[in-house]
Design a protein around this ligand. Structure first.
Ligand code: PMP
Length: 427
């Protein structure tokens, strides 16, 4: 009788292990050796491995359904166009956007942010206005705004994060109340350094109550949290395909339809036009108005299988539990290493996703990363393209470890043991 609950727990853990092993089978890249050791891939926040269905579609489209989209009447082009538009519908549904017109394909999150920083700023902000960005932003959500500020006479303000890495809503309200020249706020859903889910719906509500445009960088958010742009009520939401099991070279800009309609095109070229003459050009309706030139139609089509997989793991209770177990084990075990600090530790651990940025007193993060690599463990070190935030914590950068649903609990344990080992060697 006494042992029953334990047996039940063991059974559940076995079931979860089986599910994770099944997921791993779908990712060929995981089954290789690096430096003669089985690969333990823990650099998922930089890019994820690709699902077998994604690779198959990529191969099929490149080898067979290869024709430029939207431009021809022949069968191959029609088929490629259908696959491209099916990718768009998959994104619309995944983000719970109202219409396909609100889903613009770009080359990545960076390109999407640059599009907004150019087209929205040009048409909706004026000289002297201010743009507010979070302190924990990726360079992609800082530099485009700096470029826009230089070009259009705006200035950049920063919303600091608390010591825990969280955004304080009181601080945000205070900043917006104190300065009515702030016209746009751009923050991440989840930082690629801190791994904390930000209260984006609350943030949007506060900003909108002051008439401030809201841009959400969802590059990490789409992977670890459910997204509904309608519930979040943001004006823009962006992400990259390669971080969510799809190929590189495709990204998404969701924009509120009325805003996208009122913004000028970002780039000119084929496909984004209605009629062209030397005297005057008229533009195609949404979404094509913002899709100049031949897009990466293969990668766009691959978003469909990639997002189907992402949805299946996101909605699987056991995979979610597995992720929570990794988070709590990592936090517990890492905190036992002397001199180690986890940057991004909310009071409520349910807000933490399995992205960990660490510093260890007296140990250089790139030495750690290099030694771990020789053991087959792929992690990242440095500034993670978030230098303003990371340099607040350490002048040498940090070590980042980021998990995906295909990472096993055993890999998590191996990482912790090897980290302890190399830390001792380097200290
Ligand atoms: N924002 C965040 C939070 C990111 O993690 C990244 C990629 N590391 C980006 C933006 C930029 O994405 P990409 O390079 O794919 O455009």
């Amino acid at each position: 009788m006494l042992f029953r609950p334990k047996t039940k727990v063991c059974l559940v853990l076995l079931q979860v292990m089986e599910i994770i092993e099944q997921i791993r089978e779908e990712f060929p890249a995981l089954h290789q050796q690096v430096w003669g050791k089985p690969l333990i891939y823990l650099d998922n926040a930089a890019t994820t491995q690709k699902h077998r269905m994604v690779l198959e579609l990529q191969e099929r489209m490149s080898a067979r359904t290869n024709a430029n989209i939207h431009r021809a009447l022949h069968k191959l082009s029609a088929d490629a166009t259908d696959l491209y538009e099916a990718g768009r519908e998959a994104v619309r549904s995944f983000l719970n956007a109202e219409s396909r017109e609100e889903i613009i394909f770009t080359s990545g999150a960076t390109a999407a942010l640059n599009l907004i920083a150019s087209s929205l700023v040009r048409s909706h902000l004026s000289k002297g206005d201010k743009v507010l960005v979070g302190e924990a932003e990726h360079h992609s959500n800082i530099v485009p705004w700096q470029l826009a500020c230089d070009q259009y006479g705006l200035s950049l303000e920063v919303l600091p994060v608390e010591e825990s890495g969280e955004i304080s809503l009181e601080r945000l309200s205070g900043l917006l109340k104190a300065d009515n020249r702030i016209r746009l706020l751009s923050v991440n859903h989840i930082s690629n350094v801190l791994g904390i889910i930000n209260p984006v719906a609350e943030i949007a509500r506060i900003a909108h109550s002051k008439g401030v445009f809201v841009v959400i960088d969802g590059a990490q958010g789409v992977v670890h949290d459910r997204v509904s742009v309608r519930e979040m009520d943001c004006d823009f939401y962006v992400f990259s395909g390669h971080k969510i099991y799809a190929p590189a070279g495709i990204g998404v800009l969701y924009g509120r339809r009325t805003l996208l309609e009122s913004m000028p095109p970002y780039m000119g070229g084929g496909d984004m036009v209605d009629r062209v003459s030397f005297g005057r050009t008229t533009y195609a309706p949404l979404p094509l108005k913002f899709e100049a030139g031949t897009p990466n139609f293969v990668a766009a089509a691959c978003l469909k299988p990639a997002l189907e997989f992402a949805t299946s793991v996101r909605d699987d209770v056991q995979v979610r539990e597995h992720e929570k177990r990794i988070v709590s084990t990592m936090v517990q075990e890492l905190q036992q290493i002397e001199g180690l600090k986890i940057h991004g530790l909310p009071r409520d651990l349910s807000l933490k996703v399995p992205i960990f940025s660490l510093s260890i007193e007296g140990v250089h993060p790139s030495d750690l990363a290099q030694m771990l690599d020789k053991m087959g463990i792929a992690v990242r070190s440095g500034f993670m393209c978030a230098e303003p935030l990371v340099s607040r914590f350490s002048e040498h950068g940090l070590l980042r470890v980021s998990f995906a649903p295909y990472n096993t609990f055993n890999e998590c344990e191996i990482f912790i043991n090897k980290l302890k080992l190399v830390t001792n060697m380097l200290k």
